[in-house]
Design a protein around this ligand. Structure first.
Ligand code: SF4
Ligand code: SF4
Length: 434
């Protein structure tokens, strides 16, 4: 998988330049250039909304394929909890975990084990007042990306724990090394994801020195391969390790509930996330001790790489949580290794200029230029809004000619000028002939 700064790729033959994704992108990262949708990588937060809305299925997430299993001597599947919610009537996680082994993985390690551990640690931290006020969960990579580029003042609020995906990969690798005696490089930890942002995270982890996730497979690829295997499992192996609270992280509110914070707030869907971050930045939120934000509607169950409707998936997660599944003990996991290696840093990619004075001047120029467009945000120019086009022009990646209204106005002005010249010339001729 080639890393290009985000996980979304375009099938140019299928893209008709309809502007639907352009209008949906919450960070104005898309432009239509030569009739095709192009993503500005520095603006993309990997929310997957453009994949979700494209009527032609021209956009898809770049993830690995099952062939990756051949690249390692020993492989461990790391299933996101969302995987359990894809199968009707599923109560026992062990059935899905056993099916993953039948698919070719040597072992499985639930990501919900890491969720359980993080929740336990956060509960303690909250109790002993070791976290910043209004601490924001760092488990959704899209939320972390939007904070680091658009809400840098909130970076100190981010929870300083590894993501469940990274933490479970570290632990799974450690256990596999102990079990097999193989070196780290020969063990492949493969995350099974409903979320394209996790693929980017594994290639470009934030706050981590390195990622322990060797590959990311989409639930939509694994699902049709698992389904026939499930039917033949009467006596599943006991492979589940986590408790119900970790499983509950798959749905919006599950992490906040597991934190046992005295006051918590949770929101899902990218617009709601942005609203909450704006309110936090404006100091309009006073009580929330723990804040859980998920970019996908309904939480991770709403990821674009999942199959099932997020509402149905949420109810299945609750069902699974309510049914006790036999589990094996987690063993000795190094719970002192749960924090990020470094703080997540501000991403200045959206700055107009590194010099504050120059940035202000550019901002004023953008506002001035924007006034000259018609304000309809029609998208015909290939930018999502008149403001975005003005910014593109000032930043040297667009031209005024792109605005069809401005072009028409220029033609009208030119025609009016020619008419005036003609009139004046006729009047002069008439005057000369008298
Ligand atoms: S939604 Fe975007 S990617 Fe899909 S066809 Fe329209 S312009 Fe192309
Ligand atoms: S993934 Fe999200 S942020 Fe990135 S281009 Fe698509 S809609 Fe925009």
């Amino acid at each position: 998988m080639k890393y290009v700064g985000h996980s979304v790729t375009l099938d140019k033959d299928k893209c008709c330049g309809c502007t639907i994704c352009l209008k949906r992108c919450p960070t104005e990262a898309i432009r239509i250039i030569n009739g095709k949708a192009v993503i500005f990588g520095n603006k993309c937060i990997d929310c997957g909304e453009c994949i979700r809305v494209c009527p032609n299925h021209a956009k898809k997430a770049v993830v690995d394929t099952l062939d990756v299993l051949n690249s390692f001597e020993y492989t461990v599947a790391l299933p996101a909890q969302t995987l359990y919610a894809q199968f009707p009537g599923m109560r026992d996680r062990n059935i899905v975990l056993t099916a993953l082994k039948k698919l070719g993985f040597d072992d499985v390690f639930e990501v919900s084990v890491a969720c359980d551990a993080i929740s336990r640690a956060v509960t303690q931290d909250l109790y002993f007042d070791r976290l910043p006020d209004h601490v924001i969960s760092s488990s959704c990579p899209t939320v972390v990306r939007i904070i680091r580029s658009q809400f840098p003042s909130l970076l100190p609020n981010l929870l300083n724990y590894r993501s469940p995906m990274e933490l479970s990969a570290r632990w799974a690798k450690k256990l596999a090394m102990e079990k097999t005696g193989l070196p780290k490089e020969k063990i492949g930890c493969v995350f099974i994801s409903g979320c394209p942002a996790k693929a980017t995270s594994s290639k470009h982890p934030l706050g981590e020195n390195e990622s322990y996730v060797d590959a990311v497979l989409s639930i939509s690829e694994v699902y049709p391969l698992l389904q026939p295997l499930l039917k033949n499992i009467d006596r599943p192996e006991i492979l589940a390790r986590s408790g119900p609270l970790g499983v509950g992280w798959a749905k919006s509110g599950g992490e906040a509930y597991a934190s046992q914070a005295s006051h918590s707030l949770y929101a899902d869907g990218i617009e709601n996330v942005i609203d909450v971050l704006e309110a936090l930045e404006d100091e309009k939120i006073h009580q929330a001790r723990f804040i859980e934000l998920n970019a996908c509607p309904g939480g991770c169950v709403g990821g674009v790489l999942a199959i099932e409707n997020p509402f149905i998936a949420k109810s299945r997660i609750t069902h699974i949580m309510n049914h006790v599944t036999p589990t094996i003990p987690t063993g000795s996991l190094p719970e002192d290794d749960m924090h990020l290696d470094e703080e997540v840093r501000y991403n200045p990619a959206l700055q107009l200029d590194s010099d504050v004075k120059q940035a202000m001047i550019k901002m004023m120029k953008i506002k001035e230029l924007e006034k000259q467009f018609n304000g309809m945000d029609c998208g015909v120019c290939g930018a999502p809004s008149c403001h975005a086009l003005a910014e593109d022009i000032i930043m040297g990646r667009g031209t005024e000619e792109q605005c069809i209204f401005r072009k028409c106005r220029k033609y009208e002005e030119r025609i009016a000028q020619l008419e005036k010249t003609l009139e004046e010339s006729c009047e002069r001729k008439e005057h000369d002939s008298k």
